[in-house]
Design a protein around this ligand. Structure first.
Ligand code: PEP
Ligand code: MG
Length: 587
């Protein structure tokens, strides 16, 4: 049995498919005959030539649109591509190991970057990223030519990888994937958020998973406890069949909540909205009757494409989401890239610590060519639907004012073109940097609403990387410091009369629901799959009790004490009857 962290609930049985390396996750792997070697060699040379011409074109485009220094990154990649040594190695591996070009390329690039990653020289380490990117580019040319979106995935597969980038996850044949197991990441990583939004059970932070598990192993993945069983005894299998049936029955039991209001025992309505990562998530959100979309993370739609979507393309998918939710509100967040969320076609300046570098709105304000088409698309959707704009990674008032200025410019341009939009479109700021949390009251004067992004807030308050499994123990949403900050933001928003939603992942955990209401939150935005359980909890809460609970929690000094208090309260809340429907058994 291997241990990690359960990051997407549910259990699954299936057959392991080990994807060898982070960048090579999409590489199909097969043995070839001696007579196929020449064909693979030709495929490789053709793919390298095409990758080179793409890089030259990108270099020109980026130099024109973004600037010469950014374009230099592609110059460095071209050099890596022209490296004869690297290319000879790939050809040698094809010939000696008789494997297809995609697999040979993955292995060679992996070996290269592992060597470069280990050297003390920071410059050489950065070259590893270039080599990886070049590998990814050649691979995508090969895969595209093959007419396939990713590796062949048999039905009932459990994907095992060191790391799954959102762009790779989105290309897997997900209807065939029963579960995901990764070495890297933890509950608040973007790949885990994606797994939850897909409803696929997942365990992250499993050390050496891709070495200890072999393709073809029978696995049981427990996304609740965070365990993975390799070729288990039949008795373990039976136990999990039972658990699976219980979990399904529990979820089925929650279905009666669809159509019931999200209201506390004392009659306060708590709007429950959905976090959406892609258009397909709107299905589940509609099924569970979300009160709107509280957070549309637009970056995922960008991450599965080879280049920037045009304004028209953006307008199309955003308008479709807004139409489906009409007349409920839809909050579109501006592209939040930087940090761990990168786009292969949008190179960022190298940084030692990307989470503390150019991200979110800071980055967009330097790239109006990216910001403006997105704003135009949002504004055009707002002509017909109640759309709002949300700014990610706001540190203070300047970014809000500068972005508002650009919103006004874009509005004038649209007016001049005779295009319709809502001139009063609400503009909100994410509260996910501590400075923004501390000055929420001042920010509230310049925005129409605030949205508490605890995923990033926790990482910045506690100096604990949300993506790094070795920091998982320090990444504590229930830390007293975090709770005090959430409380002060809720107070600031209330006194300023400014709307506040919480859209960080902690809002989707029913263990936190009563505490969050007690701290002053009155609107929650959660993953669609979490809505019913949160609603079930809301309907058993009395606000006076919630405030009492929050007061007690704020007095406590440690996470362990706060957790113990919440677990004790949770038992009481789950056991309490919902005034309007029969009690459910505890999960
Ligand atoms: C957050 O940081 O809490 C948030 C909702 O944004 P994301 O997870 O996309 O960074
Ligand atoms: Mg965030």
């Amino acid at each position: 049995m291997l241990r990690g962290t359960g990051v997407s609930a549910g259990v699954a049985k299936g057959t392991a498919l080990v994807l060898a390396c982070g960048y090579g996750c999409a590489a199909p792997r097969r043995s070839i005959l001696a007579s196929d070697v020449e064909r693979e060699r030709t495929r490789f040379e053709a793919a390298v030539a095409r990758a080179a011409s793409e890089l030259v074109a990108l270099q020109d485009e980026v130099s024109e649109r973004i600037g010469g220094s950014q374009a230099d990154i592609f110059g460095a990649q071209l050099l890596a591509l022209e490296d004869r040594n690297l290319r000879d190695q790939v050809l040698r591996v094809i010939e000696e190991r008789r494997i297809n070009v995609e697999a040979a390329l993955s292995d060679v690039i992996d070996g290269y970057t592992r060597t470069l990653d280990a050297v003390p020289d920071a410059y050489l380490r950065e070259r590893a990223a270039d080599v990886r990117d070049v590998g990814r580019r050649i691979l995508s040319v090969l895969i595209e030519r093959e007419g396939r979106g990713g590796p062949e995935i048999p039905d009932g597969t459990i994907v095992v990888a060191d790391e799954l980038l959102p762009s790779v996850t989105a290309r897997l044949q997900l209807d065939r994937v029963r579960a995901l197991v990764t070495e890297r990441g933890h509950k608040f990583s973007h790949s885990s958020i994606l797994a939850r939004s897909l409803g696929t059970p997942a365990v992250a932070g499993v050390s050496d998973a891709s070495q200890r598990i072999k393709t073809g192993d029978r696995l049981i993945v427990d996304g609740v406890a965070g365990t993975v069983f390799i070729n288990p005894e039949t008795s373990v299998g039976r136990e999990y069949d039972r658990l699976d049936a219980e979990l399904r029955a529990y979820r089925e039991g929650l279905r009666h909540l669809v159509g019931l209001p999200s209201v506390t025992l004392d009659g306060t309505t708590i709007p429950l909205l959905a976090n959406i990562n892609k258009l397909a998530d709107t299905e589940a959100a509609l099924l569970y009757e979300a009160d709107g979309i509280g957070l549309y993370r637009t970056e995922f739609a960008f991450s599965i494409r080879p280049d920037f979507p045009t304004e028209e393309e953006q307008y199309e998918f955003l308008a479709r989401a807004a139409e489906r939710f009409h007349p409920r509100k839809v909050v579109f967040r501006l592209l939040d890239v930087g940090g761990d969320k990168t786009l292969p076609y949008f190179p960022l300046p190298p940084s030692r610590n990307p989470s503390l570098a150019l991200r979110g709105v800071r980055l967009l304000l330097r790239h109006l060519d990216v910001l403006k088409p997105q704003l135009r698309a949002f504004l055009r959707v707002s002509a017909e639907h109640p759309a709002s704009i949300l700014l990610p990674v706001v540190a203070g008032i300047e970014e809000v004012r500068q972005t508002r200025e650009i919103v006004r410019e874009v509005q004038s341009e649209l007016s001049a073109e005779g295009k319709r939009f809502n001139p009063e479109i609400p503009v909100g700021a994410m509260i996910e940097i501590p400075s923004a949390a501390l000055m929420a009251r001042t920010l509230a004067r310049d925005v129409d609403f605030l949205s508490l992004g605890t995923n990033d807030l926790v990482q910045y308050v506690l100096a604990a990387d949300r993506e790094d499994e070795s920091s998982a123990a320090y990444y504590q949403p229930l830390h007293p410091g975090v709770l005090r900050l959430i409380h002060s933001v809720a107070e600031a928003a209330r006194s300023a009369g400014c709307g506040l939603t919480i859209c960080g992942e902690m809002a989707g955990d029913p263990l936190h629901t009563e505490l969050l209401l007690g701290l002053g939150l009155r609107e929650l935005s959660v993953a669609p799959g979490e809505m019913l359980e949160v609603k079930n909890t809301i309907r058993r809460i009395r606000l006076d009790d919630a405030r009492d609970l929050a007061r007690q929690a704020l007095e406590l000094g440690s996470v362990a004490e706060i957790e113990a208090l919440l677990n004790e309260r949770r038992a009481a809340v789950v056991g309490a009857p919902d005034a309007r429907s029969p009690a459910l058994p505890p999960p």
